[in-house]
Design a protein. Structure first.
Length: 275
C-alpha cells in the first residue's frame, strides 16, 4: 500500500474513532441507545480498517510488527479496540468502553505520529501537520460550542429574572421557555467536552513527536485541562445530582469565563501557545 494511501486511511480511522468516542460520551450522559448503537458500529468499522492495515503490513513484512516499540503501539491499539468491542457487545459497560477506547485512541494517534516522525518524507511530514491542524480545529469547535452553551445559560438567567419579577412580558415570549434553554445549553456542553478532550490528546501527542519542546506546566496547557475539569464537574453534578436551573446556569457562566481567560490571558503566558 502506498504511503499516501496509508495516510488517508489513518486519517479516516482517527476521524471515525473520535466520532465514536463522542457518541459514546453522549450516550453515557444522556442514555441514548441509538447513539450507543451507532457508536458501536462505527467502532467496529474502525477495527475493520485497523485490521486491514495490520494484515497489509504483515503481508509486506512477513510478520506481526509488535516487537518494535513504535510499531507495537499500533498492535496494542488494535487489541484494545478488539477487547472493547467484545466487552461492549456482551456486557454493556459504557463508561469502561469509553475510557478504554480513549486510551486506544491515544495509542493509535501516538503510533501514527511515531511512525511518521521516524520516516522523514514529505508524506509523513504532512500527516504530522494534519494532526496539529486537527488539534486546533477541534479546540475551536469545542470553544464555539461552549460559547453557544454560555449564551443559552445567560438567556436562562435573564429569563429567570424576568419571570420572577413579571416584567418585559413581550421579551419573555421571544427568549423561550426555561426548560428548553437549559436543555440546549446542557447538550452543547455534552458535545463540546469530548471534542476538547480529543483535541488535547492530539495536541499533547503531537508535541511529544514534533521538534517543539513540550511543557506540562505550560500555562495554556494547565489551563486547558482545568477547563476540561470544570466542565466535567458541571456534567457530573447535572447528571448525578440532577441539578438543573439557575445554579447550573451560573456554573456554566463561570466555566466559560475561565475558558475565555484561558484563551486570552494564559495564552500570552504560554511557551508555545502565544497569541
Amino acid at each position: 500500500m502506498a504511503i499516501l494511501e496509508q495516510i488517508r486511511l489513518y486519517e479516516i480511522i482517527v476521524l471515525l474513532y473520535g466520532l465514536s468516542l463522542t457518541l459514546y460520551f453522549y450516550d453515557f450522559v444522556e442514555r441514548n441507545r441509538k447513539a450507543n448503537r451507532f457508536a458501536f458500529w462505527l467502532l467496529l468499522f474502525v477495527w475493520i480498517l485497523q485490521t486491514g492495515l495490520l494484515f497489509s503490513n504483515i503481508y509486506l513484512n512477513g510478520f506481526i510488527a509488535m516487537f518494535n516499540g513504535v510499531e507495537g503501539l499500533y498492535f496494542y491499539a488494535w487489541l484494545i479496540l478488539l477487547v472493547s468491542i467484545v466487552v461492549n457487545y456482551f456486557f454493556k459497560v459504557d463508561l469502561v468502553v469509553f475510557i478504554v477506547n480513549l486510551i486506544g485512541f491515544s495509542l493509535m494517534v501516538l503510533s501514527i505520529l511515531n511512525i511518521a516522525s521516524s520516516d522523514a518524507t514529505a508524506a509523513t511530514d504532512y500527516i504530522i501537520s494534519e494532526i496539529l491542524v486537527s488539534h486546533i480545529v477541534l479546540a475551536f469547535v469545542a470553544y464555539t460550542l461552549y460559547t453557544l452553551s454560555f449564551a443559552f445559560a445567560t438567556l436562562y438567567l435573564i429569563q429567570f429574572y424576568l419571570l420572577k419579577r413579571k416584567r418585559w412580558r413581550q421579551l419573555v415570549k421571544r427568549i423561550g421557555n426555561l426548560a428548553q434553554l437549559e436543555k440546549i445549553s446542557f447538550l452543547l456542553t455534552v458535545f463540546a467536552t469530548p471534542l476538547l478532550l480529543i483535541s488535547l490528546i492530539l495536541g499533547v501527542l503531537w508535541a511529544y513527536t514534533a521538534d517543539d519542546l513540550f511543557y506540562w506546566i505550560d500555562a495554556k496547557t494547565v489551563g486547558s485541562f482545568v477547563v476540561i475539569g470544570i466542565y466535567s464537574i458541571i456534567l457530573y453534578i447535572r447528571v448525578r445530582h440532577k441539578l438543573i436551573g439557575k445554579k447550573i446556569a451560573k456554573w456554566n457562566v463561570f466555566a466559560f469565563l475561565f475558558l475565555f481567560c484561558n484563551y486570552l490571558i494564559l495564552s500570552m503566558l504560554s511557551n508555545f501557545h502565544g497569541l
